[in-house]
Design a protein around this ligand. Structure first.
Ligand code: HEC
Ligand code: HEC
Length: 293
């Protein structure tokens, strides 16, 4: 083993190790490697000092910059609350008309309204608010209780047939079940209704039946549905002359309605949603009415 031997080809010293005639050169570590070692070591050192780094049992070294993700998140939340506060205040205080005229506020109404509706109302009225059998279509522009903002707000606040002290109360009586009308009379009334809603154009109704039905309607139904069957918002009784039906407009569904009666239940939202949220929902529903159907 020759120590202090210089390799004649490269000019480097050998380490003195030799394996079967192969000798190891004593080449220095390349400079770039040193460079990266030193910079990364320096970086980590500086990082430990500036940023939160070492765990110390219950706490940790906080770093000179005092950067803390918890505070960052808290600040971001505070910031967004402040922003929210600004527009909730406006929705709370401004009139329906003023909000409807403000494109920026209506954008917020559409966004939050959609979420609020999806979370609270869609189970019954459907995501698109178009309802289904037993649950009214809230885009149909035919209202049981009226469609102006204050009326809608009240309906949503107290509900229909709920245990809220101011609840709206309505009931469609079961005329067959209670034997106020017999089967033939119910059929006459249905025939009369069909002449009103335009269905009779397809299958004509005999004049005598129509007259009999009209008489029965005036005696039994007009108090709630109005003389012209166009409904009465004071009673929550629907227009029976349009094509929008809560419980179905086919012969059998109408027969079921008149025979057994109906008593829809709409929850009161005062205990569950803030006044602002309810106002947003009213604005959201009104906005839906303006969309083409
Ligand atoms: C449990 C089912 C259910 C839920 C949830 C529900 N509704 Fe209703 N809603 C009804 C029913 C049923 C009626 C119709 C009651 C009737 O036939 O008298 C109704 C009626 C209404 C009416 C009255 C419509 C008119 O023609 O006057 C409005 C407005 C309304 N709902 C809005 C809402 C809003 C807004 C929400 C969410 C906050 C909501 N509903 C959640 C079942 C529901
Ligand atoms: C005491 C008031 C009252 C009287 C009287 C009354 N109705 Fe009604 N009717 C209502 C109410 C309220 C509703 C809505 C019920 C609901 O949505 O749960 C309704 C609903 C209906 C519906 C269902 C409409 C739909 O969209 O599905 C039909 C059909 C109807 N009534 C027909 C009649 C006929 C026919 C008579 C007379 C024989 C009559 N009603 C008498 C209050 C009344």
């Amino acid at each position: 083993m020759a120590v202090n031997e210089r390799d004649p080809h490269t000019g480097y010293m050998t380490t003195g190790h030799e394996w079967n005639g192969i000798k190891e050169l004593n080449t220095p570590v390349p400079r770039p490697v040193y460079f990266f070692l030193i910079t990364t070591a320096l970086f980590s050192f500086v990082y430990w000092i500036l940023m939160p780094a070492w765990p110390l049992g219950v706490s940790y070294t906080r770093g000179l910059l005092g950067i803390d993700q918890t505070t960052t998140v808290e600040n971001a939340l505070k910031q967004s609350e402040l922003q929210r506060a600004a527009w909730t205040k406006r929705i709370e205080t401004e009139s329906y008309a003023a909000i409807q005229a403000d494109a920026a506020l209506m954008k917020i109404v559409r966004q939050s309204g959609k979420t609020l509706f999806g979370d609270n109302c869609a189970v019954c009225h459907g995501l698109n608010a178009k309802g289904s059998k037993g649950f009214p279509d809230l885009t149909a522009r035919t209202w049981l209780w009226g469609g102006n903002p204050e009326t809608l707000a009240e309906t949503i606040r107290v509900g229909i047939n709920t245990d809220h002290p101011n609840t709206r109360v309505s009931e469609m009586l079961g005329f067959g079940r209670t034997q106020v009308l017999n089967r033939a009379q119910v059929n006459d009334v249905i025939a009369y209704l069909r002449t009103l809603s335009g269905d009779a154009a397809k299958t004509p109704v005999p004049a005598a039946q129509r007259e009999e039905g009209a008489k029965l309607f005036a005696a039994q139904c007009a108090t709630c549905h109005g003389d012209n069957a166009k409904g009465k918002v004071e009673q929550g009784a629907p227009d029976l002359t349009d094509q929008s039906w809560i419980y179905g407009g086919d012969q059998q569904s109408i027969l079921d309605t008149i025979w057994h009666g109906r008593k829809g239940y709409m929850p009161a939202w005062e205990p569950r949603l803030s006044a602002t949220d309810r106002k947003i929902l009213v604005l959201y529903l009104l906005d839906l009415q303006t969309k083409p159907q």
